[in-house]
Design a protein around this ligand. Structure first.
Ligand code: HEC
Ligand code: HEC
Length: 331
């Protein structure tokens, strides 16, 4: 009887901890961030600006600037919505797209902090509204406008002066969705969306792309120096060197990864990582690549699971039959 009471007390406190204390502590330490279903309409950005305004009011600091920010964000995303309604003409977009190739030309030259990414699959990796926003104002689109006095000085900011017509933006995006699309491998998705900032040691890739095999030690070292120089530029641009992502997928939960890539500011307020603007399929591709590199034994582990279960089933049946045969003679 006494044992039962002790057991009841232990069970009671275990359950209280499990359902009450732990989730509470967790919610205090890691606030829950709602996913945005990969919809880029500025809701979170406007909310963020409004929260900053409330904070400024409470602290009695400059509310005019914070107020202006809220208005600017609202106006920007309303414009994006308006352009999204336009019918884009891909043929007209092709000519205007030449403007983009001035920087996105595969020459591997660092521009203002990073090497402009290859856009070969940009039409299928990125969300349509995000691409519209990006061409209108890259800093606003990627939610790092707080870093710039004038968003024109963002490394891609000069596009604001080059493409000013709404219809032209719609045309370029239509062109990208038609021609810069198609099958994307998981590696291509990572290379185009993340690799200008993040290295992957396990995949032998750096901000300069895949590391070639060198015959001579001297050439390998020369390449290493180039990588360090590139990383120095990225570091100056971002304020810190973006971490190697080789095993990040094992260190962070799936929910964190997804919401972080959707909008880094919601998970790490003030972080310098820009929003990337991937759509759901694009994100899944990148995630799969991170798994392939960071947890290569996962498919093997999953494949062996059913065999282990089958083994136990067969073993149980055999054990049962054996037991029956043993007892038969005793009755
Ligand atoms: C002045 C050079 C320049 C021009 C012109 C330019 N870009 Fe970029 N673009 C960049 C740079 C630099 C980056 C990387 C910025 C960063 O990572 O912060 C970039 C990033 C991008 C990205 C990835 C965005 C993301 O959030 O991950 C896309 C997509 C893109 N550009 C599309 C375009 C399109 C479409 C055009 C033409 C309408 C264009 N760019 C014109 C320099 C340029
Ligand atoms: C323009 C540069 C840039 C691009 C592009 C970029 N990142 Fe980052 N990323 C950063 C920086 C800078 C940090 C460090 C952030 C910090 O600590 O504030 C970071 C941090 C991270 C982290 C770690 C967050 C943590 O919990 O510490 C993850 C995960 C991540 N990035 C994933 C990605 C993925 C996936 C992509 C591509 C879809 C990507 N990043 C594209 C700059 C970038």
């Amino acid at each position: 009887m006494r044992e039962l009471k002790i057991l009841a007390v232990v069970v009671f406190f275990t359950l209280v901890t499990y359902w009450g204390v732990e989730p509470f502590a967790h919610s205090q330490m890691h606030k829950h961030v709602e996913g945005q279903e990969f919809i880029y309409n500025g809701t979170a950005d406007i909310k963020g600006a409004e929260a900053a305004l409330e904070k400024a009011k409470a602290e009695g600091t400059d509310t005019a600037a914070a107020q202006a920010k809220v208005e600017a964000k609202k106006a920007f995303w309303a414009d994006v919505e308006k352009i999204a309604q336009l019918q884009g003409n891909a043929a007209n977009g092709e000519a205007a797209f030449a403007t983009c190739l001035g920087c996105h030309n595969g020459a591997g030259v660092n521009m203002g902090g990073v090497i402009p990414p290859n856009l070969d699959h940009a039409g299928s990796l990125y969300d349509k509204n995000y691409l519209i926003a990006l061409i209108k104002d890259p800093a606003m689109a990627s939610n790092v406008d707080h870093k710039y006095e004038d968003t024109m000085t963002h490394p891609m900011g000069s596009i604001k002066g080059m493409i000013t017509d709404d219809q032209q933006i719609a045309d370029i995006v239509a062109y990208m969705q038609e021609k810069m699309a198609g099958e994307v491998t998981t590696k291509e998705a990572f290379d185009e969306a993340c690799a200008r900032c993040h290295a992957m040691r396990y995949a032998k890739t750096t901000q300069l792309g895949d590391t070639p095999e060198f015959k001579h030690e001297k050439d390998a070292l020369a390449h290493e120096i180039k990588v360090l120089e590139e990383q120095e530029l990225v570091k100056t641009y971002m304020g810190k060197l973006p971490p190697d992502l080789s095993i990040m997928i094992r260190a962070r939960s799936e929910h964190f990864m997804e919401t972080f890539v959707e909008n880094p500011q919601t998970q790490l307020a003030g972080t310098s990582m820009p929003r990337v603007g991937l759509n759901k399929e694009g994100y899944e591709k990148v995630k799969t690549y991170l798994e392939e590199v960071g947890d290569p034994s996962k498919p093997a582990r999953e494949a062996i699971g059913p065999w282990v279960i089958l083994f136990f089933v067969v073993f149980t049946v055999l054990a049962y039959l054996w037991k029956k045969s043993q007892w038969r003679d005793l009755h």
